[in-house]
Structures are given as C-alpha cells and as structure tokens.
Design a protein around this ligand. Structure first.
Ligand code: FES
Length: 489
C-alpha cells in the first residue's frame, strides 16, 4: 500500500476528490503517475480519523439525494462470491506481507548477531561507535515491539483494508481515469455512474462493444454472455466490462469517448415513465430507455424526441449521463404538434423514439479551474446536466451557478440547487430575475474579481447569450473558455 490511486487516497483521507486535486495543484501533495504516496498523504492529512469519514459520508449522502437515482443502488453490497474472492485476494496479499516481514525480522536478527560479534571483540578492534550503534539498535528494536499502539499508518491500513473489501478501484489506461466498483455492479455500470464514457452497446453481453483488456488485477464474471471471445482474446486478457466486476484493484486498457464525435448516433425506442406538471405551461418528462439499451451521451447534449403520432422536438437533456436510462426533459407549451400532444397530457408508457445525441455544449473535463454556469430561463436544462456530471466526476475546483429567469414558475429547480449548496462547499447558486444580460454580468463581476482564470458555460435564448459572452470576452477571457448553448426562447 505504498502508492494509492487518487480516488482511494481521497476516500482514505476523508475528503472529496476535488479537494485532494486542489491540494495537489497547489503543490502540497506530490503525485507519481497519477498516484499518491501513503507517506505524502499522511503528511498532508495527519489527522486521518473516523470523524472525517462521518463528514464525508454526510456529504456523499446529501450528494446522492441531490443527484438522480441510479438503477444500481439495490446492489450496494458485494455478492458473497465477490466478497469471498476479495477476501481470498487479500489473504494472498497478507501472506506476502507476512513473509516479507519475517524475512525483515531475520535480517534484523543477523544484523544484531554481527553487531554483537563486533562488540565482543577486543576493544582495540571494536570501535566505540560499534558499541554505541549496537546499543541504539537494541533500544530501537525493543521500542518497536512495545510501541504496539496503532500509528496513523496502521489506521490508514485498517481503513484501506475495509475499503478494499467493500469496493475495488478501476484504473483505465491510457486515460488515467479511475473510479470505484461498488457492491456487485459491473465495471461498465460503475464507469457510467462515475460519469466516464467507456465504449458500450447493449450493456448485456451481446454486442462485444465493451470489450477491454485486463492489464492487472482480478475480475469475476457476474452474468452469462452470448458474445463469444476467441481463445486468443481470452489469453490476452480481454473481457466484457458489462459482464464482469472487479474483485481486486484492476488496471484496464479500454477505449473511452473523449469528444462528442466519439459517441455514435443512436435511435432508441423508449417510453414515458413520468410526466410532472411544474406549471400550466411547463412539464418535466422522464423518458426511460429499455434496460438493455441505455443512451450514450455527454452531459449538456440534446436529443430529438418523436412521439407515437410523429410529432417531434429537439430538447436538451436535463439529467446526467451517470443515469443514462432515465432521461429528463423540460417541455414548455408552444404552438407546435409536440406541445399539443405533451400537454394533452401524454400518459406513462407512451412510446417515444429518442434520437441523437447532438450538440457540443459539454464539460471540458481536463480543465479543473473554477467554473461559472449561467442559465437564462429554460437554459437551466443543459446546465443542470453539466453540473450533475461535474459533481459526479468531482474534478472541478468550484462551481457557481447564476440562473436568471423571468418565467412565472421562477427557479423551478431551486430545491435541487439548494441541496447541492448544502452538500458541497464548492457550489454556489445565485438566483436572479433581471432578464438582462448586462445585469447578470455586473453580478458576476462583483463576485469574481478576475474572470480570466474561470471557465464559462452559458445556456439560454440567443440574444442574452450572445450579449453575455461578448461582455465576458471584453474582460480578456479567451474564446475557448466560453461554451455556449442556444436554447428555445
Ligand atoms: S455492451 Fe454489449 S457486450 Fe457489453
């Protein structure tokens, strides 16, 4: 346990990954190939204690409440088979450590004997330093035996052991992303929950699109799969991530979608799960895809929804790709056939074809600097998706959401925003009702002295978005730091 992945180090220290990365960026904790040394972690967090766990657990709980529920939550505990396999793997590690320890003990005995020989030799040949070294050595060994109280390192070891039984860490190469497989979930499901974009198709062992190569560690098949891997592929370590879980910490070579063009165009026959009236003129739709066909998309993207009668509309997805089976949308009453059908209203079970995804309004994931999100009116939909994703990947230093709306429904996602504000000390929500981009800009300026170190995500109707991005650019913010999405007014 000399080096730890960032996710594991953050869990052990009882802090979020973003907090750990912040300290790494400040140069307080050195890293080696994306890992942190135990000694450096202990130096940065000397008070590794159970109290920290409680604080982190509280944050995780509120975060879970604020984020959409995923389907895998009923499998929070590993299955007995996985538990046994993990315990077996840990006993192997323990045996290795024990033999290394007894070899070290033997070596110390030999050093003791040799020093004794030196000390017993005539004074002329046994220098004073040898006698002193021997006395020091015996004293140090004796205190090693009596100082049995667990030090921070031992506490960390105990926590790490427990964590390893409950969850295995997956490191992806070449990207270097890492995440935990909890309970009995597949390597693929855990990656989706972590907001990553591993390649996949059916998620049920039929298509082979999720094929990846195990570089190190141990996995276990959790479901039969129809897709057949050749003997040569098996010998090379290939497996289906949708059908395997990680038993020990693993390193996997896998293809990930890093840009929107890496995501294939999809057409999925989904159905309406829920329709909720926010007001007379605004509803939220929860569209669910079949269990075997989740939608691959990046947060902030749009899809085209087509109803049974052929009426269709392109809408931003208002939820996180970490729950890609349950897609949420806001639909405002308009003068088109789609709106007529939705406000009739649509009944649960109505078949809806989901086509897409479209758009490039996505998070810049390798940019950890503070992010400012601005939504005008219903522009909150793609922004909510981005923020949920950003929270789930936990790499952005801080978020500030400004939501300016003049609609009579007001800030209809206010509860969601407040839950995030409670859960995260790096999230801030500023609700506004000005309707003027210049006023919104003035508020942003008052809150942030220098805008050049920030990254901006703006969504809403064309006129305020163009004006606000022009104002932001006028302060010297580079173009590539401003992402815009034009939504319907
Ligand atoms: S996603 Fe189709 S086999 Fe795994």
């Amino acid at each position: 346990m000399d080096y730890l992945s960032l996710s594991r180090a953050a869990r052990l220290a009882g802090v979020t990954r973003a907090e750990l990365q912040r300290r790494i960026r400040r140069g307080e904790i050195p890293t080696f190939e994306g890992s942190v040394a135990v000694s450096d972690l202990l130096r940065a967090f000397p008070a590794v204690s159970l109290a920290d766990d409680a604080a982190l657990e509280r944050v995780e709980r509120i975060k879970t409440d604020a984020l959409p529920k995923t389907d895998g939550q009923d499998a929070a505990l590993p299955s007995p088979h996985v538990l046994v396999a993990r315990l077996r793997a840990m006993s192997r590690t323990l045996v290795e450590r024990m033999s290394a320890l007894s070899a070290a003990e033997n070596l110390l005995d030999q050093v003791d004997e040799r020093l004794q020989v030196l000390v017993d030799s005539p004074p002329a040949t046994a220098p004073k330093q040898a006698r002193e070294t021997h006395a020091w050595f015996r004293h140090a060994r004796a205190s090693l035996r009596t100082d049995a109280l667990p030090d921070e390192r031992a506490q960390l070891f105990a926590k790490d052991t427990f964590l390893r039984i409950m969850a295995a860490n997956v490191k992806l190469i070449p990207s270097g992303h890492d995440y935990f497989v909890e309970g009995n979930e597949s390597i693929l499901d855990a990656s989706v929950r972590a907001g990553l974009n591993l390649n996949y198709g059916c998620s049920s062992g039929n298509c082979g699109a999720c094929k990846a190569r195990l570089i190190s560690g141990e996995t276990r098949r959790i479901r039969e799969h129809d897709y057949v891997l050749s003997e040569r592929e098996k010998a090379m370590g290939y497996l289906l991530t949708c059908s395997h879980t990680a038993v020990t910490d693993v390193v996997i070579e896998a293809a990930e979608a890093l840009t929107t063009s890496d995501i294939p165009h999809q057409e999925i026959r989904a159905s309406l799960r829920k329709l909720e009236h926010i007001s007379e003129n605004l509803v939220s739709l929860n569209v669910q895809t079949p269990r075997t066909q989740t939608l691959r998309f990046m947060s902030g993207q749009r899809v085209r929804l087509t109803l049974e009668d052929g009426a269709s509309r392109e809408l931003p997805i208002a939820s996180c790709p970490c729950n890609a089976r349950n897609l949420w949308f806001y639909v405002r009453r308009g003068a088109d056939a789609f709106s007529d059908a939705v406000f009739k209203p649509l009944r649960p079970g109505h078949l809806i074809t989901v086509e897409g995804p479209y758009g490039r309004f996505v998070l810049t994931e390798d940019a950890p600097e503070p992010a400012v999100f601005v939504a005008f009116g219903d522009g909150i939909a793609p922004v909510k998706s981005l923020i949920e994703h950003a929270v789930s990947i936990d790499v952005i230093e801080s978020f500030h959401l400004y939501w300016d709306t003049e609609y009579p429904e007001g800030h209809y996602q206010g509860r969601w925003g407040r839950a995030l504000t409670d859960a995260l000390d790096n999230f801030q929500l500023t609700p506004l009702m000005s309707g003027r981009p210049d006023d919104v800009f003035a508020v942003i300026r008052a809150d942030h002295e220098d805008l050049r170190g920030l990254r901006f995500y703006l969504a809403g109707p064309e006129a305020p978005i163009l004006r606000l991005s022009e104002l932001i650019r006028s302060t010297g913010v580079a173009d590539e730091r401003i992402a815009c999405e034009i939504t319907a007014s």
